[in-house]
Design a protein around this ligand. Structure first.
Ligand code: NAP
Length: 245
């Protein structure tokens, strides 16, 4: 089994499959300097586009592939769909559901980081939680910008940036304290979904702050999608002709 990883779901899937005695190789992009590693074998680094992945799948004895990358890892997801279309390797997309607003939320949906930057350009204290990739989109912001990421961001930061290095999960109390400390008046996030980083949404609701929410890229057509690790585990067992448990 090849798992395209970089998410908590990918790690939990690897754990479940390894416990089943299945030979698992997890693939990581190598973006995070000190990643939390899943059990089983791990490889790090890109394949070289869809063509590289085709060559890799032809050289390695892979029975099936689960694309459990982040909902915003659209290039890898497209590559997996294209490559498995060529090699005939069974492919499943494991993608957690997006977030849904609750009463009291003031969410403003946008389609890209550039649109998000435009939407917050009039705010004085912006909290950007979209990860260190793509921060260049916010470089022109005139106000105070609080950036949170796992590893230090590179260049092209807004002029008045404060960086907080942290890896989720975060509690609502921690998020409230951070928002208050930095006098945040708007939060920017991707619609990542899941519980690891959702506390900021509850904190924003509590403080009555608007949230600029970047919509997910569309999923590739023709690839079956499941929302939970349990469904993905069942799919793998089915592919490998295994009994549950
Ligand atoms: P991306 O834009 O879709 O991927 C860019 C390139 O990185 C891909 O074309 C591929 O290189 C390589 N790559 C991505 N994921 C890979 C994997 N699991 N194994 C091997 N190569 C991989 O993805 P991204 O947004 O940079 O995300 C990179 C990784 O971080 C993913 O594993 C994702 O699950 C994780 N992540 C992303 C986000 C986010 O907001 N985007 C958030 C949390 C975690 P080649 O073309 O050379 O194969």
């Amino acid at each position: 089994m090849l798992i395209l990883g970089g998410t908590g779901e990918a790690r939990r899937l690897a754990t479940a499959l390894v416990e089943d005695g299945i030979d698992v190789l997890s693939s990581l992009a190598g973006r995070v300097a000190d990643p939390v590693l899943p059990p089983g074998d791990v490889r790090v680094g890109g394949f070289g586009g869809a063509a590289g992945l085709v060559a890799w799948l032809r050289a390695e004895p892979v029975a099936a592939l689960v694309d459990a990358t982040h909902p915003f890892a659209a290039t890898m997801t497209a590559s997996a769909a294209e490559a498995t279309g060529v090699t005939g390797t069974p492919l499943l997309r494991l993608q957690r559901p997006g977030w849904t607003p609750q009463p009291g939320d003031d969410w403003r949906w946008v389609d890209s980081l550039a649109e998000a930057a435009a939407a917050v350009s009039g705010f004085a204290h912006v909290f950007v939680t979209t990860g260190r990739q793509g921060l260049g989109a916010f470089a022109g912001l005139p106000g105070e910008v609080l950036v949170r990421s796992v590893d230090p961001p590179g260049s092209s930061l807004p002029q008045r940036t404060t960086v907080v290095l942290a890896r989720g999960p975060f509690t609502v109390d921690e998020e409230l304290a951070l928002l208050r400390e930095h006098r945040v008046d708007v939060v920017v996030t991707k619609d990542s979904g899941g519980g690891m980083t959702s506390a900021k949404l509850a904190a924003a609701r509590e403080l009555g702050l608007p949230v600029v929410m970047v919509r997910r890229p569309p999923a590739p057509t023709g690839v079956p999608v499941v929302a939970t690790v349990e469904e993905a585990t069942a799919w793998v067992r089915d592919r490998l002709g295994r009994q549950a448990g």
